[in-house]
Design a protein around this ligand. Structure first.
Ligand SMILES: *Cc1c(COP(=O)(O)O)cnc(C)c1O
Length: 432
C-alpha cells in the first residue's frame, strides 16, 4: 500500500504544488493531502485504506453523495454511445428545458464546462448588452479565475480594484470595482457616482467562498433595485448555491429575480457542467445570434449532460430539499451544542445543504468577520477530525457540504469525533 506522503512527494515533483487546484494542497492547514482511491455515499477512502466521512463533496457537486447508482448508470450508458460529438444532441435540449423550468428567471441558457467559463461569459455578455464597462463584485466572493474577476479592493472606497493574482495586467481589472459584501449603503454610493457606467453587479447571493455568509435580504433587494433603476445587469453567481440551498437556488429563497444566473457544480453531478442563463433579450446577444462571442469544444458534452440530467431527476423528487436541509440543520445544531458544551469558541450554521463551521463565537455576516476567525484553532480542529476519519474542507474559509447520502451513521460518527476534538481543544487551552 502506498502512503499519502509518498504520493504527495511524487505529485510535487511533477505537478506544481502537487495538486490540480490550489486549495487541495493543504497549504492553509498544513500536513499531507489525502489521495483518494474511491468514494461511496458519504464516504471516501484514501490510498492508505482509511475511510473518511466527506464534507467536501467535490466542493459542492456531489449532492447525492459519491457514486450514486442512478448517476453512474447514466454516465455508463452515455459513454457507451460515444464520449463527445461536437454536434448537438437532444439531451442538451432536455437539460436546458429542465434547468429553465426549475429556475424561472432563466429564459434562455447556454452550457459550458466550468463555472469559470460561465462567469467570464456572463460579464462579457453584460458588457456587450449594456455597452458599458464597469463590473461590481464583492470582497470574499469568488467567480472563477477569469482575469477581470481576480481583483481585490483598492486602497480607497469606490476606487477600482487591484489584481489579486500576479500575471493579471492592471488594465484588465481597472473596470472592476470591489465592494464590501452585505453593505447596501456602499453599493448605493457606488451607483450614485458611477451608475450610468455600471454594466453588471455580480454576487454570490449566499456566499460560499468565504466560508458561509448568507446575503442580507436588504442588501440583495437594494442591489436588484439599483440595477433596475440604472439599467445594469444583475448577475447571480449560483455556481455553488444553485440546486444546493434550494431547488430553485438562492433566488427562490430570497424571492429576487436576477437578470442573469450562473450555475455549475450540482448541475453536473460530479461531471464538468456549468451554465449561464437569464433574460431572453440579454441571452440573445450571445453568438451566433448576437455579437458576444463564446464557444466550447466540450460544452454540452453528452456524458456530462447525462450525469447532470440523472442528478436533476433525483433532486427534483418531492421532499428532497426538506430532507437535505433537515439533515444539515440537525448536523450544525449538534455541532453548536458540542462546541458550547466543551466551551470552545466554535459555531456552525447552514443554508439548505451547505454549512459553515467557524472558529469564532457567532456566525460571521461580513468578510471582515470571517477574517476574524481563529485560524490556528480551526487548523487544530481540522486535523483532529481528519485523524478521527472526518474530512472537512482544508481551510477556515471554505463552506462545507452535506449530501442526501449522509445518513444517521455518518452524522453520528462525525459528532462523536467532534465532541472528542472539542474536548481536546479545551484541554490544550487549559494547558496554555
Ligand atoms: C466554484 C465556483 C466558481 C468556479 O467554478 P469552476 O467550475 O471551479 O470554474 C464560480 N463561482 C462560484 C460561486 C463558485 O463557487
Amino acid at each position: 500500500m502506498v502512503s499519502n506522503d509518498t504520493l504527495f512527494t511524487r505529485a510535487q515533483s511533477i505537478i506544481p504544488g502537487g495538486v490540480n487546484s490550489p486549495v487541495r494542497a493543504f497549504r492553509s492547514v498544513g500536513g499531507t493531502p489525502r489521495f483518494i482511491v474511491r468514494g461511496a455515499g458519504p464516504y471516501v477512502w484514501d490510498a492508505e485504506g482509511r475511510r473518511y466521512v466527506d464534507y467536501i463533496g467535490s466542493w459542492g457537486p456531489l449532492i447525492l453523495g459519491h457514486a450514486h447508482p442512478a448517476v453512474v448508470r447514466a454516465v455508463q450508458d452515455a459513454a457507451a454511445r460515444g464520449l463527445s460529438y461536437g454536434m448537438p444532441t437532444e439531451a442538451e435540449i432536455e437539460i436546458a428545458e429542465r434547468v429553465c423550468a426549475l429556475v424561472p428567471s432563466m429564459e434562455r441558457v447556454r452550457f459550458t464546462s466550468s463555472g469559470t467559463e460561465a462567469a467570464m461569459t456572463a460579464i462579457r455578455l453584460a458588457r456587450g448588452f449594456t455597452g458599458r464597462d464597469i463590473i461590481i463584485k464583492f470582497e470574499g466572493c469568488y467567480h472563477g479565475h477569469a482575469d477581470a474577476l481576480l481583483v481585490k479592493a483598492g486602497s480607497g472606497l469606490l476606487t477600482h480594484g487591484q489584481p489579486s493574482s500576479s500575471g493579471v495586467p492592471k488594465e484588465t481589472t481597472q473596470h472592476t470595482m470591489v465592494l464590501d459584501y452585505n453593505d447596501a449603503q456602499q453599493l448605493e454610493d457606488a451607483f450614485r457616482e458611477h451608475g450610468k457606467r455600471i454594466a453588471a453587479v455580480m454576487v454570490e447571493p449566499v456566499a460560499g467562498n468565504m466560508n458561509l455568509v448568507p446575503g442580507a435580504p436588504e442588501f440583495l433587494r437594494t442591489m436588484r433595485e439599483l440595477c433596475t433603476r440604472h439599467g445594469s445587469t444583475l448577475v447571480f453567481d449560483e455556481v455553488m448555491s444553485g440546486f444546493r440551498v434550494a431547488l430553485g437556488g438562492a433566488q427562490s429563497l430570497y424571492g429576487i429575480t436576477p437578470d442573469v444566473t450562473v450555475l455549475g457544480k450540482v448541475i453536473g453531478g460530479g461531471m464538468p457542467v456549468a451554465a449561464l442563463g437569464g433574460r431572453r433579450d440579454i441571452m440573445e446577444h450571445l453568438s451566433p445570434l448576437g455579437g458576444v462571442y463564446q464557444a466550447g469544444t466540450l460544452s454540452g458534452n453528452p456524458v456530462s449532460v447525462a450525469a447532470g440530467l440523472a442528478t436533476l431527476s433525483e433532486i427534483a423528487k418531492p421532499g428532497f430539499y426538506e430532507a437535505l436541509a433537515a439533515i444539515t440543520g440537525d448536523f450544525t445544531a449538534r455541532m453548536n451544542a458540542a462546541a458550547s458544551a466543551a466551551g470552545v469558541p466554535f459555531c456552525a450554521a447552514s443554508v439548505g445543504g451547505m454549512f459553515g463551521i467557524f472558529a469564532r463565537a457567532t456566525p460571521p455576516a461580513s468578510y471582515a468577520e470571517v477574517m476574524q476567525s481563529d485560524k490556528p484553532l480551526f487548523n487544530r480542529f481540522f486535523h483532529l477530525m481528519l485523524d478521527a476519519g472526518v474530512h472537512f474542507a482544508p481551510s477556515a474559509y471554505e463552506a462545507g457540504f452535506v449530501s442526501s447520502a449522509h445518513d444517521a451513521a455518518a452524522i453520528d460518527f462525525t459528532l462523536a469525533a467532534a465532541t472528542q476534538a472539542f474536548g481536546q481543544l479545551t484541554l490544550q487551552a487549559g494547558e496554555k
